[in-house]
Design a protein around this ligand. Structure first.
Ligand SMILES: *[C@@H]1O[C@H](CO)[C@@H](O)[C@H](O)[C@H]1NC(C)=O
Ligand SMILES: *[C@@H]1O[C@H](CO)[C@@H](O)[C@H](O)[C@H]1NC(C)=O
Ligand SMILES: *[C@@H]1O[C@H](CO)[C@@H](O)[C@H](O)[C@H]1NC(C)=O
Length: 274
């Protein structure tokens, strides 16, 4: 049977046709353009879901997702040094916020941090930045043992070496999950295909470049299957074409990672049907 691509408002079966919240995504935003867009969107009742930093034309740029939805109080920042992020971490944690997302990125050999925090209910959480590959593995083992699930994973570069920033949460529902980093694009695709055949869906993807090599990190979950599309290694015009196509088909952009291949900007994305 053909699936109708009519907008929900026109569908006869509107009761079973979930309505997506209004959302917008932008990329190649310079810090000034991002600030302007941020003020405009927040003024219209949008919340920032995701902010990913990378380099374009020698400047920091941002790829972001805004969604109009009821939200617990939230805060975000970008362009903070490790030390400034650490100070903000203590301040916001003391105010009852928790990290929803943290991304590290590198501009001119210097690491910066962008994060979204909110006060939504959470059983327990952990967030770490600046982990080396072995540090990441050690925390991974420890938090997984304690029953945490990795909810966000960001790779970046410090002095030509890999660093990771992560968010972990304890959840009531215990869906099986899997995470892997340090994957080349071929390895990522092989991992993706293998996990898909085992019933896993990609829920997070991040591209990052270390010492001239591009890697991917991902999180997969064994959840009831729903329409989902994962795309990576996209230049801006390919991402824009995807955007036009998938948005028209009713997909929502859930994960949006901006990164570099050499000095060029690239994008990775996960689209889902709400
Ligand atoms: C990274 O490696 C390149 C050569 O591959 C070198 O020129 C550069 O100085 C290194 N950067 C740092 C911060 O170590
Ligand atoms: C970066 O790559 C260069 C060669 O391209 C290599 O000589 C150097 O050791 C690498 N640096 C690190 C930290 O792996
Ligand atoms: C990451 O991948 C590279 C090559 O793809 C490999 O040489 C390196 O050992 C890997 N690092 C870890 C921590 O698995």
């Amino acid at each position: 049977m053909m699936k109708s691509l009519l907008p929900c408002a026109l569908a006869v079966l509107s009761a079973v046709c979930a309505q997506a919240n209004e959302w917008h995504a932008y990329y190649r935003l310079t810090p000034d353009a991002y600030q302007k867009k941020f003020d405009e969107m927040v003024g219209q009742g949008y919340r920032l879901n995701s902010v990913s930093g990378y380099e374009h034309d020698g400047q920091p740029n941002f790829a972001v997702i805004f969604e109009k939805k009821p939200s617990a109080p939230w805060q975000s920042y970008s362009g903070l040094s490790f030390k400034a992020h650490d100070e903000k971490f203590n301040e916001l944690q003391a105010q009852g916020y928790h990290v929803a997302q943290v991304n590290g990125y590198t501009i001119d050999d210097k690491d910066y941090y962008a994060a979204v925090w909110d006060k939504s209910p959470v059983i327990a959480w952990q967030s770490r930045t600046g982990m080396s590959e072995s540090g990441m593995q050690a925390y991974f083992n420890e938090y997984a043992r304690q029953g945490y699930k990795l909810t966000h994973l960001s790779g970046y570069e410090v002095a030509n070496e890999t660093r990771f920033a992560t968010v972990w949460e304890k959840a009531n529902e215990k869906a099986a999950w899997w995470s892997q980093a340090n994957l080349t694009s071929d390895e990522y695709q092989a991992t993706f295909d293998k996990l898909k055949s085992e019933g896993y869906q990609a829920v997070d993807i991040d591209g990052y470049q270390v010492n001239g090599t591009v890697f991917y990190a991902g999180i997969w979950e064994k959840t009831p299957s729903r329409a989902s599309i994962t795309r990576y290694d996209l230049d801006s015009s390919t991402f824009q074409a995807d955007f036009n196509q998938y948005r028209a088909q009713g997909y929502v952009l859930r994960t949006f990672s901006g990164y570099n291949v050499g000095k060029d900007d690239r994008y990775a994305a996960i689209w889902v049907k709400p």
